[in-house]
Design a protein around this ligand. Structure first.
Ligand SMILES: C[S@@+](CC[C@H](N)C(=O)[O-])C[C@H]1O[C@@H](n2cnc3c(N)ncnc32)[C@H](O)[C@@H]1O
Length: 265
């Protein structure tokens, strides 16, 4: 599979959140190089900002060998690299040329090549039913419209294929006021109507999507997914993170991240 780029005409049709988030990620990319390098070097998959080991949560299928995998919003593509080392055939898609530049540099350094597509995860330029497994770790799962990217994951998966994604818990967002840089122990937003969340802070302007659990279940089922697991992650006692939006003390008491596992009917 060759590398693909979105055309100018495609770009003109892109929704506001895509354009804003692409600019945001191109700007942030240089601050994600070191963590990309660290993750690529680590032989063991971990999840999220507290690096919870996959060996403890068991969210990945055992039988990845020979499986076609799409990572939606792959960033520096370390997760695809972990899956490739387990025998899968990953394809990563990301809309940020700068993040993909890091991913390509890592591929060269580790001599591990797989296709990387510059494009938008709500409209992937690949045929229906071409993957067995779809993954997103803080990619499309956070930055894309759930109705659109989950429908796209359903289109891309073969019947029986699995979608696994990590995103922030709705509880974290409910405890994070629009003008606050760190989650508190108080509800700071309404849950009803929770969906598109705009941030305008020292990290820049970005648009995320968050759904309460009932809404997420509705979207997954409406797109032909059966939910197999929802794993709410607790930060390990000795964990550390370079991110400031949530403290370890908070993430020891409440889940700040969650992993959904869903099967395409
Ligand atoms: C935190 S990174 C997640 C990827 C990976 N786990 C990592 O940490 O490098 C978020 C990625 O989502 C990508 N992204 C955001 N919106 C996207 C969209 N509409 N289509 C494709 N990728 C998108 C960003 O460009 C960014 O590289």
């Amino acid at each position: 599979m060759n590398e693909t780029r979105a055309t100018t005409a495609d770009t003109e049709r892109l929704p506001e959140h895509v354009l804003k988030n692409r600019a945001h990620w191109d700007e942030l990319a240089s601050t994600y190089v070191a963590s990309g390098e660290r993750h690529w070097k680590d032989p063991n998959p971990t999840w999220g900002i507290w690096s919870v080991p996959e060996s403890e949560v068991g969210m990945l299928p055992d039988d990845l060998a020979g499986k076609d995998v799409i990572e939606l919003g792959c960033g520096t593509a370390y997760f695809s690299a972990w899956l490739a080392r387990r025998g899968a055939r990953p394809v990563g898609i990301d809309q940020s040329p700068e993040q993909l530049a890091t991913a390509r540099a890592m591929q060269d350094e580790h001599d591990l090549q797989f296709p990387l597509i510059e494009g938008h995860a709500e409209a992937v330029p690949l045929p229906d039913a071409s993957f067995d497994f779809a993954l997103s770790e803080y990619g499309a799962s956070l930055w894309c419209d759930p109705d659109r990217w989950i429908a796209e994951a359903a289109r891309l998966l073969r019947p029986g294929g699995r979608l696994v994604f990590l995103t922030n818990s709705p509880l974290l967002v409910l405890c994070s006021a629009p003008d606050s840089l760190v989650a508190t122990d108080r509800l700071a937003r309404a849950q009803f109507g929770l969906r598109r969340v705009e941030w305008d802070d020292e990290e820049g302007h970005s648009i995320e999507f968050h759904l309460a659990h009932g809404e997420m279940l509705r979207v997954l089922r409406a797109n032909g997914f059966e939910v197999e697991a929802l794993h709410e992650l607790q930060a390990p006692a000795d964990a550390s993170s370079r991110f400031e939006f949530v403290t370890l003390e908070w993430a020891r008491q409440w889940p700040c991240e969650e992993i959904w596992v869903a099967r395409r009917e």
